[in-house]
Design a protein around this ligand. Structure first.
Ligand SMILES: N[C@@H](CCC(=O)N[C@@H](CS)C(=O)NCC(=O)O)C(=O)O
Length: 198
């Protein structure tokens, strides 16, 4: 299988993490977001939404959306439970990640780290801080109760949230006030087959 991705992207890093944890063989194809590769005609043929990560199965069949990709790759393993309530809890946190976490923390990081916090983005950047801290407070509460975000075991929900939380400081979010989140980040790093973001 082929994975189209940009190593700067936390959404793509989720896929790299799952491939690492589960030792999944794949071909990685570098796509440069900042150079506009996701908007080329060739890429839009593969994903009309013009976004990475994109998984292409051996028969050429594409699958987009990071959380759909990682759940597909982790299907049948302990990372993605079969039991319906446990699976719904994983999805609950992945929907939270996409709606209440990534749009704030990942976007603030992008504006700061990759755009260099230009003046015309200062207001947007400041507005992202409020939503980002709200998401971190929700995580802090949950991780004060359970070792992993969806309960007692490590799942793809942790991978979804780890991807941008561990680089949240690059978007201006200091994690010192979130001790349970910090302890969880350390727990994830210590798991066998963990690979850092390149
Ligand atoms: N909901 C999507 C978001 C994907 C996304 O926003 N990808 C960014 C990189 S992190 C991208 O491809 N940006 C390029 C663009 O929008 O042109 C997912 O989780 O996969």
């Amino acid at each position: 299988m082929k994975i189209y991705g940009d190593r700067k992207s936390g959404n793509c890093y989720k896929v790299q993490l799952v491939c690492g944890f589960l030792e999944i063989d794949h071909e990685w194809i570098d796509v440069d977001i900042l150079a506009g590769d996701t908007k080329s005609g060739e890429f839009l043929e593969r994903n009309p939404n013009g976004k990475i990560p994109l998984l292409e199965l051996d028969q050429g069949e594409p699958l987009s959306e990071s959380n759909a990709i990682i759940n597909f790759l982790a299907g049948g393993s302990a990372l993605y439970p079969d039991e319906s309530l446990a699976q719904a809890r994983v999805l609950q946190w992945q929907f939270f990640e996409q709606y209440s976490h990534e749009p704030f923390i990942a976007v603030a990081r992008f504006i700061n780290k990759y755009l260099g916090l230009p003046d015309d983005k200062a207001e947007e950047y400041a507005s992202k801080q409020v939503g980002g801290h709200k998401a971190l407070q929700v995580m802090e509460k949950q991780l004060g109760r359970t070792p992993y975000i969806a309960g007692e075991s490590f799942t793809t929900a942790d991978i979804s949230l780890y991807a941008y939380t561990h680089v949240a400081h690059e978007g201006g979010f200091e994690l010192g006030v979130y001790p349970a989140v910090q302890a969880w980040l350390d727990r994830v790093v210590s798991l066998p087959n963990f690979k850092g973001m390149e």
